[in-house]
Each structure stands twice: as structure tokens, then as C-alpha cells.
Design a protein around this ligand. Structure first.
Ligand SMILES: NC(=O)c1ccc[n+]([C@@H]2O[C@H](COP(=O)([O-])OP(=O)(O)OC[C@H]3O[C@@H](n4cnc5c(N)ncnc54)[C@H](OP(=O)(O)O)[C@@H]3O)[C@@H](O)[C@H]2O)c1
Length: 231
């Protein structure tokens, strides 16, 4: 049986990844900050015995350590670094930067996925078939496309995430562990826009890219519709 671990799986894109992988027969390790409040995950638990729910705030080393204990020697085929934040309303320009929110954005969006990747590398290396680290990034990180003074925190956190993941992809090549960066599109979630695509459309597209992944694509960045995004 194939196994996938997803961060931020209680809502939005993470919840849809959980639903789709369960429907396809995978074992899903669904992680979230507050499992007892994750009603949508508990509803899925009633339907699927291949779902386990784990507490994980990706900024908390204690949670990461507990997760590693729970999953000791469990092979994981795919890690989906999905959890993220976007303090949009408080990041509107040079005259109103809230440095604590910027720092917090980096903790979650940049350091978080790197911490989880580091912690679960042993589990990924244990698997004998697919070995893949998926990272949810955003086209908003593209410096060439920045033409307005907003979203400093989010854009810079995702740019730094992409740079870090490039380094990790180079390091992991020898072990045949792939790194795939994905832009989910403009998706109607709490982070996303009011008008956009559904989580179902976004995740279906991203799963097709994941399924077709080959090591030649490691370190590359794709949109959910299959188009490669240049660095
Ligand atoms: N939606 C879009 O248009 C869009 C576009 C480009 C990229 N993305 C990326 O896609 C990913 C998923 O976003 P989404 O659209 O599904 O947004 P969402 O509905 O707001 O979901 C964000 C998820 O991240 C979790 N999270 C936040 N901080 C966390 C932490 N410290 N530890 C663990 N989990 C944490 C949230 O958990 P809580 O419920 O506990 O807060 C929630 O499950 C993000 O990385 C985002 O940057 C989204």
C-alpha cells in the first residue's frame, strides 16, 4: 500500500488531497494543529480505515518529535508540505509592515516545510517505490512578476522556500528522492481568492503531475494545470 503524509490537512487544499488519496486507496497520514477540532477529517475517518490523524504544528519541534516517534520506521512514499499562512490584510506596503507577522510567515511557510522534510527524510528513504517531497508554493514568489507593493511576507517566504527546496532537491538526487514544487492555482480557500478554481480541480491537476513525476523533473516548479513555471 502506498503512503502519503500531508501537513495542514484539516481544510482547504490539504483536506482535498486527503480525500482524493483515500479514494485512490492510499494510506493517508493526515496532520493538523488541532486534531480534536478537525471535524472534516473525523467524517473521513468514519469512511476510511486507512486514515490516521496526527497532531502537527509545523513550527513546533515538540510536535515534530512526537510525530517521528509515532511513525518510526514507517515508509512514506510522498510527503506533501501543504500547510501555509498568508497574512494578507496586514501586509499592504512599506509604511505598515508588521515584523512579527513577517517573522511568523517565515516560520510557517519557509522553515516549517524544511523542518518537516528534514524530520521525515528517513521515512521517505525507507520506501522502496515512489519517494517524493511535494511542496506547495505560489507563482506570487516570482520576482519578475512583482509590480505592486503588497504581500511582502507571503511573497518573500515562498521565494525563500523555493530556494531552500532547490538546494534540498540537489542534495537528494543521489538518493533518488524527488522534490516537486507546485502552484495550486487561484483556489477558493481561506488563503485564496473569493473567485477561483475549486480544491477538487486544483488537487486533481496536481495529482496528475505527481503521478507522472520522474527524477528528471526534480527541483522543477509546475502549475496545477501542468505548465512549468520558470525560475
Ligand atoms: N488557495 C490558493 O489560491 C493558493 C495559491 C497558491 C498557493 N497556495 C498554498 O497552498 C497551501 C494550502 O493553502 P490553502 O489554500 O488550502 O489555505 P487554507 O485553507 O488557509 O489552509 C491552510 C492550512 O495550513 C494550516 N496551517 C497554518 N499554519 C500551520 C502551522 N503552523 N502548522 C500546521 N498547519 C498550519 C492550516 O491549519 P489551521 O486550520 O490550524 O489554521 C490549514 O490547514 C499553502 O501553502 C498556500 O500558500 C494556495
Amino acid at each position: 500500500m502506498k503512503r502519503v503524509l500531508i501537513t495542514g490537512s484539516n481544510r482547504g487544499i490539504g483536506l482535498e488531497f486527503t480525500r482524493q488519496y483515500l479514494e485512490s486507496g492510499w494510506h493517508v497520514y493526515a496532520t493538523c494543529r488541532r486534531p480534536t477540532e478537525a471535524q472534516s477529517l473525523h467524517m473521513l475517518l468514519e469512511l476510511h480505515s486507512r486514515l490516521t490523524i496526527h497532531r502537527l504544528d509545523i513550527t513546533q519541534q515538540e510536535d515534530i518529535n512526537s510525530l517521528c516517534q509515532e511513525l518510526m520506521e514507517v515508509p512514506i512514499n510522498i510527503l506533501i508540505n501543504n500547510a501555509g499562512v498568508y497574512f494578507r490584510k496586514r501586509s499592504v506596503g512599506i509604511d505598515c509592515i508588521h515584523y512579527d507577522n513577517w517573522r511568523r510567515t517565515f516560520e510557517v511557510n519557509t522553515l516549517g516545510p524544511v523542518r518537516i522534510t528534514e524530520a521525515l527524510l528517513g521515512n521517505i528513504a525507507e520506501s522502496t517505490t515512489v519517494r517524493l517531497i511535494v511542496v506547495l508554493s505560489s507563482h506570487m514568489e516570482r520576482i519578475a512578476e512583482i509590480n505592486e507593493g503588497d504581500s511582502f511576507y507571503y511573497r518573500s517566504s515562498k521565494s525563500a522556500l523555493n530556494a531552500a527546496m532547490q538546494g534540498i532537491s540537489a542534495e537528494m538526487k543521489e538518493q533518488e528522492i524527488g522534490v516537486l514544487l507546485l502552484h495550486p492555482g487561484a483556489v477558493m480557500t481561506r488563503i485564496g481568492p473569493l473567485k477561483g478554481i475549486s480544491t477538487r480541480e486544483s488537487v486533481s491537476g496536481m495529482r496528475q503531475i505527481i503521478e507522472g513525476f520522474t527524477m528528471e523533473q526534480t527541483g522543477k516548479f509546475f502549475s496545477y494545470d501542468g505548465e512549468e513555471i520558470p525560475w
